[in-house]
Design a protein around this ligand. Structure first.
Ligand code: PLP
Length: 389
């Protein structure tokens, strides 16, 4: 029986062959340096775990929560003021089961068939899936090396700008590791106003930013709340990826539309997880800062180490990812990934899986400590993979 045509939108799992290869290498007893997936290897802070376990002991916590607890919405409001200097009201906050889920659904609340949504190319894949599920059309704007892998709204063709209903922006960026320049958001906001386009900003990595820079919120910029909203995930800052905690905050009608959609299909976040989120947002942030320094050490180990063995990988400026150009003698990022795994035991992600402009690059996730990264680089150097003509 043919099932929904919607499923035809989603192609084959491109990682299947890499995973098969990884398994077979491990079976042979070879060590694999897995830097493909952005799951942090750090632990969540104890006060967050304690808040969850304490709440889980109370039978009342196991009922349908039906809504975001007032203390949770207030914690987000206070955090935004304290951490980002942004003033929000509790009505401008909605929880979601991670940004992945939130982004997956938000276009259903904003768009119809016939609408167009602009996406960065390359980008985090769920941006595209969410647009497709809503029935809207995707249009891409390239993140180019010569432009520091940043959005350039002035380069978006006039016709596309006029058609666009929304644009996704995400900085620090996965997979390219760029961070906003001082005028990035000002330019985007002016452009969005001119063409009446909603900006959806995905702020997953404001706490992982290097070289003395300070990560902030899109909403801290003048006029941002009139044109858009932001997804704010706790996953990477607090190492709670499995708990699925994120928020959509910002322009009221965007948040309200998302709440209405959600109320039809969901009964609210598990209360112990809401309590854990409150603990994260109201608790100390020293571990978040310390962790950023550890990511920076890893960034230095990978980018600096690669340059020392003749692989010119520029420093990532933020996010937990490094965007590496493939050696010139390779035709495709997938072919290079396969060879890198086979010959050096190093697993990373083909850039082409993030969009057409991702071809020619691979993405490394900084999920190994510096000493393991050094071993992975030694394996790469010894394999000779960088040198062939
Ligand atoms: C840009 C970006 N947004 C969102 C997420 C996922 O966030 P969450 O765990 O809240 O779904 C990721 C995870 O890799 C990401 O890279």
């Amino acid at each position: 029986m043919p099932l929904s045509k919607r499923l035809d939108l989603f192609g084959e799992e491109i990682f299947a062959s890499l995973n098969e290869k990884k398994k077979s290498l491990e079976k042979e007893g070879r060590s694999v340096y897995n830097m493909s997936i952005g799951t942090p290897d750090f632990a969540p802070p104890k006060h967050i775990v304690d808040a969850l376990t304490e709440s889980a002991k109370d039978p009342a916590s196991w009922k349908y929560s039906l809504q975001d607890l007032p203390e949770l919405k207030q914690a987000v409001v206070d955090y935004y003021r304290r951490r980002y200097g942004v003033s929000l009201s509790p009505d401008e906050v909605m929880s979601c089961y991670g940004t992945q889920e939130g982004v997956g659904h938000v276009c259903m609340a904003l768009c119809d068939e016939g609408d167009t949504v602009l996406l960065p190319d390359p980008c985090y894949p769920v941006f595209r899936a969410g647009v497709q599920l809503s029935g809207a059309a995707c249009a891409w704007y390239p993140l180019k090396k010569e432009n520091g892998f940043l959005p350039d709204p002035d380069a978006i063709p006039e016709e596309t700008a006029r058609k666009a209903k929304a644009i996704f922006v995400s900085l620090p960026a996965n997979p390219v590791g760029s961070v906003a320049a001082p005028d990035t958001y000002e330019k985007l906001i002016a452009w969005a106003r001119k063409y009446d386009v909603i900006i959806i900003h995905d702020n997953a990595y404001s706490d992982i930013i290097y070289d003395g820079n300070h990560g902030g919120s899109f909403l801290a910029h003048e006029g941002a709340k009139e044109v858009g909203a932001e997804f704010f995930s706790l996953s990477k800052s607090f190492n709670v990826t499995g708990a699925r905690i994120s928020f959509l905050v910002g322009r009221r009608d965007i948040v309200d539309a998302s709440k209405l959609l959600r109320s039809q299909i969901d009964f609210g976040m598990f209360i112990p997880i809401q309590k854990a989120a409150v603990a994260a947002l109201t608790g100390p942030l020293d571990s978040v800062k310390a962790q950023c320094r550890l990511y920076e050490e890893r960034r230095n180990a990978l980018c600096g180490g690669a340059r020392r063995i003749g692989w010119d990988i520029p420093d990532a400026k933020g996010s937990m990812f490094v965007w590496a150009p493939i050696p010139a003698h390779y035709q495709s990022s997938m072919a290079f990934c396969m060879d890198l795994l086979e010959r050096a035991g190093v697993l990373c992600t083909p850039g082409a899986s993030f969009g057409p402009h991702g071809e020619g690059y691979v993405r490394f996730a900084l999920v190994l400590p510096p000493e393991k990264i050094a071993q992975a680089l030694a394996a790469i150097e010894n394999s000779g993979i960088l040198k062939e003509a």
